[in-house]
Design a protein around this ligand. Structure first.
Ligand code: ADP
Ligand code: NI
Length: 215
């Protein structure tokens, strides 16, 4: 087994039984997207990108007491034990620790191209048909209403306000998902995002029509 394969084994075991929004299939889809972006852009170190993707959701902070650095450290320790060079393991740790949406609210310093590609790939899996499914899956897990026309979407001042929100799932489209296209780092990511964005817009329009009883 090479390093990528043993990392995949390790992470698959760790992710067994987690919610369907963050299970291994999410990581597999992000891996495909990230490889596609890397190939199309012809930028970034593929090995770093692949390993960062494999470990990126290993300890999602929403489910681990908000300790945002834990995932990167798990990855670093595993890779170091496998004999991977510490500088490279450290760059993977940094990608993972900077990935969370909490940091997405803050203005970030210029990030490495590897970070940018992994982030685009992860964000793309929150869009389109899969993104819609993940949003309602998350909303169900949190026992949120699907939609409530009396509760308008909000512009959260900071991450804590966003985390405290118990707003209906449809608000999440305005509060986060429709913003992702403009946040894409790469041209390849942006072009896939536009397509997925339009699909979500059509979905939300139709959802509201059906909600109001249009036939
Ligand atoms: P990431 O994609 O960076 O792991 P999150 O962990 O915040 O982002 O979200 C994981 C999935 O859950 C995404 O598909 C996201 O859209 C969805 N999600 C997160 N927060 C909400 C929410 N308040 N309502 C509906 N879906 C959500
Ligand atoms: Ni993810």
């Amino acid at each position: 087994m090479n390093l990528l394969e043993s990392s995949i084994e390790f992470v698959k075991n760790k992710l067994a039984g987690v919610d369907p929004g963050h299970d291994w299939s999410h990581t597999e889809r992000v891996l495909k997207l990230a490889r596609h972006i890397q190939q199309s852009e012809q930028k970034g170190d593929l090995e770093i990108i692949e390993l960062a993707v494999v470990f990126h959701d290993i300890a999602d902070s929403k489910f681990h007491d908000g300790d945002e650095d834990k995932g990167g450290n798990i990855a670093f320790n595993f890779l170091a034990e496998e004999g991977y060079p510490p500088e490279k393991a450290a760059s993977i740790r940094d990608i993972i620790n900077n990935m969370s949406f909490r940091h997405g609210f803050e203005i970030k310093d210029e990030q490495s191209i590897e970070f940018q590609i992994v982030q685009d790939a992860d964000r793309l899996d929150a869009m389109g048909a899969i993104g819609i499914a993940r949003a309602f899956s998350y909303g169900g897990f949190k026992q949120r209403e699907m939609y409530n026309p009396d509760i308008p979407p909000e512009d959260y001042a900071d991450t804590e306000a966003y985390r405290r929100s118990t707003a209906p799932t449809l608000n999440h489209f305005y509060e986060k998902l429709f913003r992702l296209t403009d946040l894409m780092n790469t041209e390849t990511g942006r072009s896939i995002a536009k397509d997925r964005h339009n699909y979500m817009l059509a979905f939300v329009d139709r959802f509201k029509d059906e909600w109001e009883g249009k036939l």
